[in-house]
Design a protein around this ligand. Structure first.
Ligand SMILES: *Cc1c(COP(=O)(O)O)cnc(C)c1O
Ligand code: SF4
Length: 337
């Protein structure tokens, strides 16, 4: 079928939207009519992890509201530079599971490829905010080592394109990589972990969809939506087009203090996801990465929230509460009480 169209707003290509994204706090504050004097001392936080947010995401934020749940995900704060006990630069010890540049193999049967070091948005809570992307920015030739690694292990049936954000890479690059993955006979599923249907929905072009569908692989996309407000009409169309193309659509969220740490917000998120054909998959406890301590919701609070949403939603709309740990054989589901 012909993908649904959403042309009225695409006055700029996704590449233009990406290169024109907001990188200066002053521009963000002006756009949202916020007084910068109310938000001083962020230079050090910016130095650690720069501001990056496309207009397509900013357009879903409320004007004049410092506590907007989307703004809080991207707003640099002075307190990010404070050190906290138990917070690390590489909390998941991914460096231990990194056999070839750009490939992480932690769990049975699936590997993760750091397809692109770039993201279209910088989420302040990101566990990869300190990841050595420079050492994992493989040239086209380096991919061969990772592809050989997969080809040599017949138990690997699923390849996950992650990042950064894999969809920040150009079409041609993705096309070549996906063809090479599809050429490995024991790989049957391609999974994309991306935030772009939410932060830059114009990225989901008919050309991109063609690259995904012109091969034999089963397609799964895990989007990363933390709040119902992230799903506007443009995201809705992008997701409908992906669904139409045969993607199974799942969502993972991070439980974030001040953003989605209450029952009503989580219930609304699940319902909104279902409206756009996305099934809730994981609700992650925050990874304890330096700079993100102020987002932490503790395990006791998380379990109480889960009980609250279990009491309000059909079972299929309840995400699994998980925590990721180094050297575990899967993400660990947290038992409720
Ligand atoms: C989360 C993750 C996966 C995928 O795990 P699922 O439970 O299958 O979603 C694979 N590899 C790594 C390194 C991961 O962090
Ligand atoms: S990897 Fe994901 S969570 Fe981290 S900054 Fe990029 S889009 Fe945000």
């Amino acid at each position: 079928m012909i993908p649904l169209k959403d042309t009225f707003w695409q006055t700029e290509s996704w590449q233009q939207q990406m290169s024109g994204m907001i990188r200066e706090p002053a521009r963000l504050f002006q756009r949202l009519q916020l007084d910068p004097n109310e938000h001083p001392n962020i230079a050090a936080a910016l130095q650690q992890f720069p501001l990056r947010v496309p207009e397509a995401f900013v357009s879903k934020m409320a004007i004049g509201d410092w506590n907007d749940p989307l703004l809080l995900q991207v707003l640099p704060l002075e307190k990010e530079t404070q050190q906290h006990i138990g917070y690390l630069n590489d909390p998941l010890e991914e460096a231990n599971a990194n056999p070839t540049p750009g490939l992480i193999h932690k769990y049975h049967g699936r590997v993760l490829l750091i397809t692109s070091p770039a993201c279209a948005v910088h989420c302040r809570y990101c566990f990869r905010r300190n990841f050595p992307y420079d050492a994992n920015n493989p040239s086209q030739r380096d991919w061969q080592k990772s592809l050989d690694y997969i080809a040599d292990r017949s138990e690997i049936s699923e390849v996950i394109l992650s990042g950064g954000d894999p969809l920040s890479a150009p079409d041609e690059y993705l096309h070549k990589l996906i063809l090479k993955i599809a050429a490995i006979p024991h790989v049957d599923t391609l999974r994309i972990h991306t935030r772009l249907p939410l932060v830059l929905p114009a990225r989901i072009t008919p050309e991109l969809i063609k690259i995904f569908t012109e091969n034999r692989l089963r397609l799964v996309m895990v989007i990363h939506c933390n709040h119902a407000n992230e799903i506007d009409k443009h995201s809705e169309v992008a997701l409908a087009n992906l669904r139409e193309a045969g993607f199974t659509l799942l969502n993972q969220s991070v439980l974030l203090k001040g953003i989605n740490d209450n029952v009503d917000t989580l219930v609304e998120l699940s319902r909104r996801l279902f409206e756009v054909n996305v099934m809730p998959y994981y609700l992650h406890l925050l990874d304890k990465v330096n700079g993100a301590a102020h987002f932490d919701v503790n395990e006791v609070q998380a379990r109480l929230l889960m009980n609250g949403i279990l009491a309000k939603l059909p079972g299929y709309l309840v995400p699994r509460l998980v925590v990721e740990e180094p050297n575990a054989s899967s993400k660990r589901p947290l038992a409720l009480f």
